[in-house]
Design a protein around this ligand. Structure first.
Ligand code: DGI
Ligand code: FE
Ligand code: FE
Length: 191
């Protein structure tokens, strides 16, 4: 089944996106082992998490329209709900947890399942990610999953503020829920 998915992904994604995907799969498997999540589900979700990042941009916009995906001003976010729609209709995935892990992998959301959390953080920490602060999130991911997500979200929010971009309400709600449960996130940064 993984082989079939990879063959299909080779048609839709460019080479660097496919390589990123395979790194996210390895990271997701390690996290699944650590947190007792079904390895096959984690593999499938990781394989498909960016399946909406089509190399053909025209096709992406047309498909988003076909699936009635809300066109925000924000191109970065479309690939996640589009990916979930493609996973369901093209890759024939029925498992809701896998579909949600794909749908929310960029923004997160409140009440994330373990699988959703693992995919979110695997995407953030895969070995080629170089942004400032990633090392600490990488370490935390295997010690305290919620804390690693809280920190990743705070870093993403700061990045979005600095680049004058819209912040998804799902990210804000997820981050607020984690803080209300006692996670420290970016409050640990040097003042
Ligand atoms: O698809 P990937 O590059 O592997 O990673 P991703 O799905 O996490 O997407 C990362 C991009 O999405 C990055 O440019 C930051 C952006 N992003 C994440 N959360 C938000 C966001 N962009 C906006 N506008 N709003 C968000 O809440
Ligand atoms: Fe993505
Ligand atoms: Fe990704």
């Amino acid at each position: 089944m993984d082989k079939k998915i990879i063959d299909m992904l080779m048609e839709d994604l460019d080479q660097s996106r496919l390589e990123h995907t395979l790194r996210v799969v390895e990271e997701a498997k390690r996290l699944a082992r650590r947190y007792d999540v079904d390895i096959q589900k984690a593999t499938t979700a990781a394989l498909l998490h960016d399946c909406g990042k089509l190399k053909d941009n025209n096709n992406l916009l047309k498909l988003a329209d076909d699936f009635d995906i809300m066109m925000t001003d924000n191109k970065d976010l479309i690939h996640a709900p589009l990916g979930a729609a493609l996973a369901q209709h093209k890759y024939k995935i029925e498992d809701e947890d896998i579909l949600n892990a794909i749908k929310y992998h960029t923004t997160g959301r409140k009440d994330m399942s373990h699988l959703e959390k693992i995919i979110y953080i695997a995407d953030y920490i895969e070995p080629n990610r170089k942004f400032i602060g990633v090392e600490r999130v990488r370490r935390l991911a295997f010690e305290d999953l919620d804390e690693s997500i809280c920190l990743a979200m705070d870093q993403t929010i700061v990045f979005l503020v600095k680049s004058n971009r819209i912040i998804s309400l799902d990210t804000i709600e997820a981050r607020n829920q984690l803080v209300s449960k006692g996670n420290k996130g970016g409050s640990q940064w040097a003042k």
